[in-house]
Every structure is written in structure tokens, then in C-alpha cells.
Design a protein around this ligand. Structure first.
Ligand SMILES: Nc1nc2c(ncn2[C@@H]2O[C@H](COP(=O)(O)OP(=O)(O)OP(=O)(O)O)[C@@H](O)[C@H]2O)c(=O)[nH]1
Ligand SMILES: [Mg+2]
Length: 404
């Protein structure tokens, strides 16, 4: 059964469809800065020379900077003010080639354009209009990003927005659509705050086809809470496999063995939060590597879960007794949900502070214990087969709301 869970979780990762996003905008607009901020990447990871040139300008990142990030980005090194004709020609060619009508399948087409306009600019150029219009006519979703808003004066920004809405009014009318314009500060000067990234993330998820959104949710690093749905569906999938054999005792299974043999589930969940990449990236200087976190998780889970579960139902810990699938499923649910909310807290706290290993360990234990008690109660309330089944289904669908 554990084997089955491992295989199913692996399949889910393999089936992920990476969305393709093109960043278009003049040099210095902040394209590279935006990529770094949204996906939590550093300078090394976005070196332009790792991409494949698609046109003169556009570079594709086949395994988007890092094979573990399920997203494809097309970035242009930008164009100088003196080369606008080249830029326009190259960009239109690129958009046409990558539009749905010209590619073999939806997978190869572009799913979204982020068109960057520096918020400090006072003019909207003819080519801005042309590119936006072309994308729309090719049915490529486009979000206009007013970048570097932290350094634009409020009156400049409102002037620019007014101008933009005038210029775009007829495009919107022809295409019968309302363009999305977002104000973003991705890499602000000291004293100013990052803003607009969560909004851009949410708008992007809505704009790309649904089958590509899970990969985007996993790849982005600015809206941790969005990742819950993905994590819940993994927990639901794992529990559902146990539940499939609801009344059949699983040979050789005890509570401890069921709990202890879920490293794949733990690793899959932690990956949803990008902790594999974030921890290993910082491992040289920072406190803990990914394997280290999973080891802490493993021992804490055994320690804490044994105490929590044996207090509730001491009989389950009789050595050698085989658990029925339904009982195993409820353990996996409680542990998976508690682990998810602990990861969410770690990823928020770890990213905001620089906790050392001891601090992470202490934090993990404390948080996981309290979360496990909470979710154990939640799971126990699903007292019959029907309720349990519905609970697992709601997790898989992603419409479960956790208790406070
Ligand atoms: N104040 C401020 N500066 C930013 C912001 N985003 C980027 N910058 C700065 O603007 C400059 C250009 O940013 P990049 O992200 O390299 O711009 P780009 O669009 O990738 O430029 P090219 O690669 O030349 O096309 C850098 O010095 C960034 O630090 C922002 O949100 N606010
Ligand atoms: Mg760049």
C-alpha cells in the first residue's frame, strides 16, 4: 500500500503541466527582477545564457532555470531605445510562432504574457500598443505590469494609467475584453516595500488554462497560502489509497509503521512549498538542508504522533497488530494535514527570518504537536465511512477549509 502511495504521488509530479510565460518589456523595465521575486530565484539561477534562443531576443528556459521548478519562462534581454523596430518585429514573430494556431499543442504555446511598462515612464509607445493588440488577437492572455511603482510619483503613475486606458480603449473594444493592469514593485529601493506580487500571482493563475495552474502555484514563492490546495489534494490522494481497503487489515501495519513509512508523502508536501530548493540553495550558509528537515520531521512525527494517538486510543499501539485501511487513512489524514500547516508556517517564518537549525527544530516540534491535536480531532469527527469518504474527496478537490 505504501508502494502504491509512493507511485501515485510520483505520477502526480510527472503529470504536472508547466505553463509558459513570456516576459516582454524594454531593457531595464524589471523583467529579470520580477522573475526572481515571483519564483524566489537568485541571480545565478536566472543567468540568461542557460536559455535557448527562440528568436534573436527571446530565450526559453527549458527547465526554467532549475529542473525542479515546473514552469517555462521566455525572457528577452530587453531592447534599447534605438532598436524599437527590431524589438517589435522580433516580438511579433515570437508571439505568432508561439500562439496556439501555430504550435503543435497547447503545451507548446504561450499561456500568458507579462508585458512590463516602467511606471516612471510618461509615454506609451506605438509598439506597446502593437504588441498588446497582437497578443490579444492571437488569443494569448496578457497582463500589463506597471513595474517599479515604488519609484514612480503618485501623480506620474496616475497620468500613465490614464494614458494607458486611453490608448488601450479601442483595443479592448475590438477584442471585447478588459485588459488587466497591475502595479508592482518587485525589487524596491531601500525604505520602500515589495508590492503587487501576490495580486499578480493570483491574476496569472486565473489567466492561464486551468490544467497549468497547479504547476504555477507550486513554482511561485510569493503566496504561500495558495499552496494549501495542492498539498491537501496530495494528502487526500494518499489517504484515499488506504481508504480504498477500508476494512481489510494491512499486513504488518501498525500505527507506527504507517506513520513511519510516509517519507514520500512528507517529501512531496515539502516540495509544494519549494523547501527542497530553498533549503538546499541556502544550505551552505544557512542552517538546514532539505534532507535535514525531513529527518527532523520524521523523528518529530514518530515522537509526537505516538503520544497523541496513544493518548486517544491506547490499543492501537499493541505491537504486531494490523491496522485496517480506514484507520490507517485517518492517521495519514491527521499527519498529512498537520504537516502541511507546519510547512506553511515554516515557509513563512523561515523566509522572513533566518532561523538556525535548533530554532527550526524547536519551532517544528511545537507547531506540529499542536496542529496534530487539532487535525486528529477534525479527523475523528468523520466518524462513519460516508463522512470520511466525503472528507477525502473534498481534500482532493481542494475545497476543504481547515479549522482555525
Ligand atoms: N526601484 C526599483 N528598481 C527595480 C525594480 N525592479 C527592478 N529594478 C531595478 O531596475 C534595474 C533593471 O532591472 P532588471 O530586472 O534587470 O530589468 P530587465 O527588464 O530584466 O532588463 P534587461 O534584462 O536589460 O532587459 C535593476 O537595477 C533593478 O535592480 C523595482 O521594482 N523597483
Ligand atoms: Mg533581464
Amino acid at each position: 500500500m505504501n508502494n502504491e502511495i509512493d507511485q501515485e504521488l510520483k505520477k502526480i509530479e510527472e503529470r504536472l503541466k508547466p505553463p509558459s510565460i513570456a516576459l516582454i518589456g524594454r531593457t531595464g523595465a524589471g523583467k529579470s527582477g520580477l522573475i526572481k521575486a515571483i519564483f524566489g530565484l537568485n541571480d545565478n539561477e536566472i543567468k540568461v545564457d542557460v536559455g535557448l534562443p527562440v528568436t534573436k531576443c527571446y530565450q526559453r528556459y527549458p527547465n526554467p532555470y532549475n529542473p525542479d521548478i515546473p514552469i517555462i519562462l521566455y525572457d528577452s534581454p530587453g531592447y534599447e531605445a534605438s532598436k524599437t523596430d527590431d524589438f517589435l518585429e522580433d516580438t511579433l514573430k515570437f508571439l505568432r510562432e508561439k500562439s496556439l494556431s501555430n504550435t503543435q499543442s497547447v503545451d507548446d504555446s504561450i499561456h500568458l504574457v507579462w508585458y512590463l511598462i516602467h511606471a516612471g515612464l510618461t509615454r506609451i509607445e506605438y509598439f506597446d500598443k502593437e504588441v498588446i493588440q497582437t497578443a490579444l488577437s492571437l488569443k494569448i492572455p496578457i497582463i500589463i505590469v506597471l513595474s517599479q511603482c515604488d519609484i514612480a510619483k503618485p501623480e506620474e503613475l496616475s497620468k500613465l494609467k490614464k494614458k494607458l486606458s486611453e490608448v488601450l480603449a479601442d483595443i479592448e473594444q475590438t477584442a471585447n475584453t478588459q485588459l488587466i493592469i497591475m502595479e508592482v514593485s518587485a525589487d524596491p529601493i531601500p525604505g520602500k516595500t515589495v508590492s503587487g506580487l501576490k495580486e499578480l500571482t493570483e491574476a496569472s493563475i486565473k489567466a492561464i488554462p486551468e490544467s497549468y495552474s497547479e504547476a504555477f502555484i507550486r513554482a511561485q514563492a510569493v503566496n504561500v497560502k495558495l499552496k494549501r490546495r495542492v498539498a491537501y489534494s496530495l494528502v487526500g490522494t494518499a489517504a484515499g489509497i488506504c481508504f480504498g481497503s477500508a476494512f481489510v487489515p494491512i499486513p504488518g501495519s501498525t500505527t507506527v509503521s504507517i506513520i513511519a513509512t510516509q517519507p514520500t508523502l512528507l517529501a512531496s508536501l515539502a516540495k509544494v512549498y519549494n523547501l527542497d530548493r530553498l533549503l538546499d540553495k541556502g544550505a551552505a550558509t544557512a542552517s538546514i538542508a532539505f534532507a535535514g528537515l525531513l529527518a527532523i520531521a520524521g523523528t518529530t512525527i514518530l515522537e509526537v504522533a505516538t503520544t497523541v494517538f496513544s493518548a486517544i486510543s491506547p490499543g492501537f499501539f499493541i505491537a504486531g497488530e494490523s491496522l485496517a485501511g480506514g484507520v490507517a487513512a485517518s492517521y495519514i489524514l491527521a499527519i498529512g494535514l498537520a504537516f502541511t500547516s507546519t510547512l506553511e508556517a515554516i515557509s513563512i517564518n523561515y523566509l522572513n527570518s533566518n532561523m538556525n537549525k535548533e530554532e527550526i527544530t524547536t519551532f517544528f516540534k511545537r507547531k506540529f504537536s499542536s496542529e496534530l491535536k487539532k487535525y486528529q480531532k477534525e479527523v475523528q469527527q468523520k466518524s462513519d465511512i460516508k463522512m470520511m469518504k466525503e472528507f477525502i474527496e473534498s481534500l482532493k478537490r481542494g475545497d476543504y477549509n481547515p479549522p482555525d
